[in-house]
Write a protein that binds this ligand. Structure first.
Ligand code: COA
Length: 195
């Protein structure tokens, strides 16, 4: 399926989850009921999902988790913000399998970006990483105006296969505010040109 089946009127909002309270069972069911082919762990057993959720790591000083609520479709996935104790947060976005490939990635990432910059006034940039073969996520990053900042070759271990690259994207608050895109200065040749 190609993207774009949901138009610009699509609205997705983040609804904060209560991972060790009301949302515990739904979160465990989501994590253990879906496949995540581009994560280090493609599947998560119900026991492991419960242990991870019950450990508090979906909402603690460094993490916060929200449901992605679509205006028509309801709950379509989750986003877990990470490294919240650092100046630069990261995120892990997971749309449920039945909603993938329908053009929801872009509005979902936009909702995440808006949430980060609107609710965290001290945050000046946000980062995301994905596997080089996660084409859908990489296209979503580019479409959303995030900029590729790193390509870590052979950095992502794959069980039973050669490692793949990990690709890093970032967005600056000022670009988000102004609708601009600040490129990465890649040209290291200039450093040695005078030699
Ligand atoms: C990655 C993810 C968020 C993308 O969202 P999505 O709603 O499935 O993607 P979309 O339908 O919006 O498609 C985005 C683009 O990728 C393309 N695409 C979608 N699925 C694809 C696939 N399986 N292979 C190649 N391209 C694909 C679309 O054609 C679209 O391209 P376009 O921008 O040129 O139109 C979603 O698939 C997901 O949650 N996957 C599992 C978890 C994951 O990998 N998360 C990323 C970790 S940060």
């Amino acid at each position: 399926m190609t993207g774009g089946q949901h138009d610009d009127r699509t609205t997705i909002r983040l609804v904060r989850a209560d991972p060790t309270g009301d949302d515990r069972d739904a979160l465990v069911a989501f994590l253990s009921g879906e496949e995540f082919p581009f994560h280090v762990r493609r599947t998560i057993s119900a026991g492991d999902a419960a242990a991870a959720v019950d450990s508090g790591s979906f909402r603690d000083d460094d993490h916060d988790t929200s449901w992605l609520e679509h205006s028509d479709l309801g709950r379509i996935g989750i986003v877990r913000l990470e490294d919240l104790g650092d100046p630069v947060p990261l995120f892990d976005l997971r749309i449920a399998g039945r909603f993938r490939g329908q053009g929801l990635g872009l509005p979902a990432l936009r909702a995440v970006t808006d949430h980060v910059f609107r609710t965290m006034p001290d945050v000046t940039r946000c980062e995301g990483q994905t596997r080089e073969d996660n084409t859908a996520m990489r296209r979503v990053f580019v479409r959303a105006g995030w900029v590729k900042e790193a390509h870590y070759r052979e950095a992502w271990p794959v069980e039973g296969a050669r490692p793949v690259a990990s690709v890093g994207y970032g967005v600056l608050r000022r670009d988000w505010e102004q609708g601009t895109t600040t490129p990465v200065p890649w040209d290291d040749d200039a450093l040695t040109r005078a030699d």
